[in-house]
Design a protein around this ligand. Structure first.
Ligand SMILES: [Mg+2]
Ligand SMILES: [Zn+2]
Length: 191
């Protein structure tokens, strides 16, 4: 939430596949990108109050199915469409590893949240993670941010893995943005 000029800044950390765009497996080409219809209006509203980041696990790189170059081309395509709509993303964080690599940066490890705190002065306590996998919610919890679990993408398939009494669940990016903006308007900052 924007307060004073010198305050640390709040951010929204967005998962990519199943959150912003359809999850159609290992996406290697910009032509495969299909935005959810609510993504752009939701991000436009959120960007009035928050800095935006994308954090994506791309295990297909470690598995040799897609290349880091492919992923970057796809990401740049997404960023250019958002930019045309007046939506700026501060940074896209990619974990290119497989889970068995035991890297430091795969979600739900909080590596990229901590990095944004260090590199961009983000206040994680007043920041949110939005994603369609239980790892996205754990990612938030592991760094003191708040997670919102989406039923879009693979969300409905994984719903049984989360504690629905403890986790905020939204149908998709639009509902998640409404929940967050409601909290901003109430100045509670909590959901
Ligand atoms: Mg996802
Ligand atoms: Zn990694």
């Amino acid at each position: 939430m924007k307060t004073k000029e010198n305050d640390r800044r709040s951010a929204i950390f967005l998962d990519r596949d199943g959150t912003l765009i359809e999850d159609s497996g290992y996406i290697h080409d910009p032509s495969q990108v299909v935005f959810f219809e609510d993504t752009i209006p939701a991000l436009r509203c959120l960007s009035e109050y928050f800095l935006l980041f994308i954090v994506t696990n791309q295990t297909g790189i470690a598995k040799g199915i897609i290349s880091l170059q492919d992923v970057k081309r796809v990401n740049n395509h997404i960023l250019s469409i958002l930019a045309m709509e007046g939506i700026q993303v501060v940074e896209v964080y990619i974990c290119p590893h497989a889970r068995e690599d035991n890297c430091l940066c795969i979600k739900p490890k909080p590596f990229f949240l901590r990095k944004s705190e260090k590199d961009h002065g983000i206040d994680l306590k007043s920041s949110f993670v939005i994603g369609d996998h239980p790892h996205d919610v754990e990612f938030a919890e592991n760094a003191g941010a708040k997670g919102i679990f989406l039923l879009s993408g693979h969300g409905s398939k994984h719903l049984h893995e989360i504690d629905q009494n403890a986790v905020v669940v939204a149908r998709g990016i639009k509902e998640a943005s409404e929940i967050i903006l409601e909290a901003v308007k109430n100045r509670s900052g909590t959901i």
